[in-house]
Design a protein around this ligand. Structure first.
Ligand SMILES: *Cc1c(COP(=O)(O)O)cnc(C)c1O
Length: 403
């Protein structure tokens, strides 16, 4: 490019940045000066953290840190290879087997992230003769992964079984070879669950596969933390589960697809983000194995997490806040209407000044008029932390909204 052409390019990029800023959508990253935990410090000062996906409080667990350190010594820093050339060590396979065993499926395959798992999954199995029926609130990585296929794409209204049935009828009438129903197990902006029992019933009726992304569930949803399929009584009826190691399971990085062994085998042969991207680092694999083992045994933490979410809900409702209903540790505090986006943002900012870190979401991340502050509870929060969070909500509301 000539100098002039570069200048023109950069000036149009600046203009776009300006538009983002103007629309109030510019994302500024707050820098943590500590490890990830329920109590952190940022460059703005100390705070209680209510916006991480650290559901079991494992992100800085010393047992995981030790396992990762030991693996650095034993297995080295990095693989410098994709899995199928020379990037597979014994711990990689062990973790894959352990994930599958926990979820109640035959096998699993690791990816660099769940984003990549979802990005690689669909194009291996679905072509122009197939149909993918997808919930309207599905995660961006599912949407992108589905877009990479030439399959017929049908969208149903969030968690709406009547609409799902109508889309399945459409797929059946088109004589599709394969039909898949794809949903998040937990919708991350609402903290609501997919109606998996109804979905599995419809899947039986229409001969469809059920694919669930359980990123906001694996490790803590359900009695043993196996996920939404455990909670909703459909273990053995969900065909394929994708998930992340970057949330409850220690929070480092990595994702997986779990399912029948033929599915996993074909992904190893053909999934592009698997074939053409580096193996997960050994220390992350070892730390994640330790995290998974801790999660399996974390009955007390799961009880604590449920109690924390219930306490937060009841205290906030007593104070007259408007919460989306549910039981998941993602709790949406709603600020509806035209002024909601401003209110939510100003309240979240005021709370940070009080040492409580929460984040406001507004359009286009959530529908217009449905702004919210999303609070995420962790088993690592104490009752005092939760009461401090509620107090900060009450005081910030008084300051910002004058009530
Ligand atoms: C967080 C999340 C992902 C992305 O997981 P990464 O491992 O961080 O790429 C994918 N799907 C859902 C539903 C998620 O919540």
């Amino acid at each position: 490019m000539t100098r002039d052409a570069v200048a023109e390019f950069l000036s149009s990029v600046s203009a776009e940045l300006g538009e983002i800023e103007q629309a109030g959508l510019y994302k500024r990253e707050r820098e943590l000066t500590t490890a990830q935990s329920a109590r952190i410090a940022t460059t703005a000062g100390a705070s209680l953290n209510f916006c991480a996906n650290n559901y079991l409080g494992l992100a800085d667990d010393p047992r995981i840190v030790t396992a990762a350190k030991d693996a650095l010594e034993e297995w080295g820093f990095g693989m410098a290879s994709v899995r199928f050339i020379c990037g597979t060590q014994s711990p990689h396979r062990a973790l894959e087997e352990e994930i599958a065993d926990y979820l109640g499926l035959a096998d699993s395959i690791l990816f660099s992230s769940c984003f990549d798992a979802n990005g690689g999954l669909f194009e291996v199995f679905f072509g122009p003769e197939d149909a993918i029926v997808s919930d309207s609130l599905n995660h961006a990585s599912l949407i992108d992964g589905i877009r990479l296929t030439k399959a017929k794409r049908l969208r149903y209204a969030n968690a709406d079984l009547d609409d799902l049935r109508a889309r399945l009828e459409e797929a059946r009438d088109a004589n599709c070879r394969r039909i898949a129903i794809v949903t998040d197990g937990v919708f991350s902006m609402d903290g609501s669950y997919a109606p998996l029992e109804g979905i599995c019933d419809l899947a039986d009726e229409f001969g469809a596969l059920v694919i669930v992304d359980d990123s906001h569930a694996t490790g803590f949803v359900g009695e043993q933390g196996r996920g939404t399929h455990e909670l909703l009584g459909v273990m053995g009826r969900v065909d394929i589960i994708t998930g992340t190691l970057g949330k409850a399971l220690g929070g480092a990085s990595g994702g997986f697809v779990a399912g029948p062994s033929e599915v996993v085998d074909l992904l190893r042969q053909k999934a592009r983000p698997y074939l053409f991207s580096n193996a997960v680092a050994p220390a992350v694999v070892a730390g994640s194995r330790q995290a998974l083992s801790l999660a399996r045994a974390a009955d007390a933490e799961r009880v604590q997490l449920r109690a924390n979410a219930a306490l937060f809900r009841s205290l906030m409702e007593e104070e007259g806040f408007d919460l989306l209903p549910g039981t998941h540790p993602i709790i949406a505090v709603m600020f509806p209407g035209d002024d909601g986006a401003r209110l939510a943002t100003e309240i979240a900012d005021a709370m940070l000044d009080d040492g409580v870190y929460v984040i406001a979401f507004s359009f286009p991340v959530v529908p217009r008029g449905k702004a919210r502050i999303r609070v995420q509870l962790s088993a690592g929060h104490t009752e005092a932390d939760i009461r401090a969070c509620v107090r900060a909500f009450v005081e910030a509301r008084a300051r910002v909204a004058g009530n």
